[in-house]
Design a protein around this ligand. Sequence first.
Ligand SMILES: [Zn+2]
Length: 518
Amino acid sequence: MKTNYNRIIFLLSNLIISALAHNGPSFIQSDPTKCKDNKDPIYILDEDSLGVIGHGNHNYIPVCPENVPKIKPKAKRAPLYKEKILRHDIHDGQRHNMEYDRADIKKIIDIIENGNLTSYTNKNSIDTGEFEFDDDDVSASSAFKIDFYCQATPNICDRAKYSFEKATQKIAIALKIKTQIIVQASLYSFCKIKGDSYCNSNSSIGSAAASAYHILNNNGTKLLYPQPLIKQINDIGIYLAADITSDFNSDYSFYFSGDPIIEDGQIDFEYVVIHELIHGLGFATAFQKYFSLVAKVIDDQDFLSPGLSLINNTYVSNWRSIQIFDKSVVSTANDVSLNTYNNDIMKFVSTSGLVSPLEYHNEFIRSVGPYQAAKRVLEVASNKTGSLVFQTSSGDRINLYTKENEFLQGTSIAHLSDEFKFSPDFIMISDVSPLQGKTISMMYEKYGIDEQGNRYKYGAIGPNVLKILKEIGWEIAEPPENIYNFYENPILTIYSASDARLKYIINIMITIFKIIFL
Ligand SMILES: [Zn+2]
């Protein structure tokens, strides 16, 4: 009996998963945006949409709350190894990439000798680890739990694990994380797993998003809240197993925490992890070129909108809400918030019920007001720096990344503008290339100085980044008393780039100094 019951559950889960998959059987039972007891659906990340060009075509699928526990994260598929040429170079518009054209030969030889990439898969559970922290309210040691799927050499996987531990500590000292955040993280070759189109310069270093967004009423407006945040502020009881889903591309050359030397052109993996996890905490926009870049039913579109509630990649019901982050984004040209434009966009409702994304698009562009509002959003989001700001309730206006005459999906709006690249807010700029060859401790040492010339207290989680996180609902922790428990000592950092032995000697000298004088 028990076996039969399990089998039914198994079949049911498969049915739901295949219904969610792009190539699953085409059946429509009912509109999942109309759930039992009038409950709102939960928007679940379509993992296949992670890690694509510009890391910003995230697609969310509405699922009614009663179906959520049956859905399990999909394991990454590992096709047989095929040799690919790994070539990355930077050119304008390709953000989150970096100059790197050396393939990791050792890794490739390892894979060839062992035949199958899956032999390297290991799964680990990492938590933030024990560390000293002086705020009793926060249980920082268990702030994050990371389910880590690693397809790289055991050596790289171990070093990456350590970086995750260090990265999550650096976030946990800045935010009061009361309910543990569960992160599903995968490190693998995008080129080998995702296919040929990821073997070129367009492939991203990493990508992350909240695994699910939940609808919450915010002063009469329905807004989408990322699951890790909703867990802290409003216990709704039904969650997807993971709060953040993240992919990291092992085709890049990473420096891992604790490695003696960072080489020119390498990027600190910890930097990438922190940056991506902050996206997963809700530093993300719903505005996108949905029809051309996500549903891919037209070549290009001249407007931005939130995504649609998509059913089996075939039918749509209606717009999704915008995200809590979007509520505070304001166009400086006329001081109109994107929320105001969005209210006009939302006035469009398809008259035909369930339609295809293309039919919905064609009907939408015949609407007058809603279509004009959506065009205006694209205009303000593809204008020069300073066109869009994140406006906090205390009146701060923080410049977001925009580019004149171009909208970069996943980059525009959802990052700080480039002016912050050499400031304490370096963590959320869109282009990591200026920060290559520097460890996160070196970046903090160099740029972590506040406006008064004092050492900035929250390490790599910059002041404007914290203002934004606070505005969307995160509680900020008291600053740690000794930030250098979490960042390398500056004296050591200066030398770490050039001479690991010197660093070791200095370390011994400091220890002797401490024994004698303290
Ligand atoms: Zn980013």
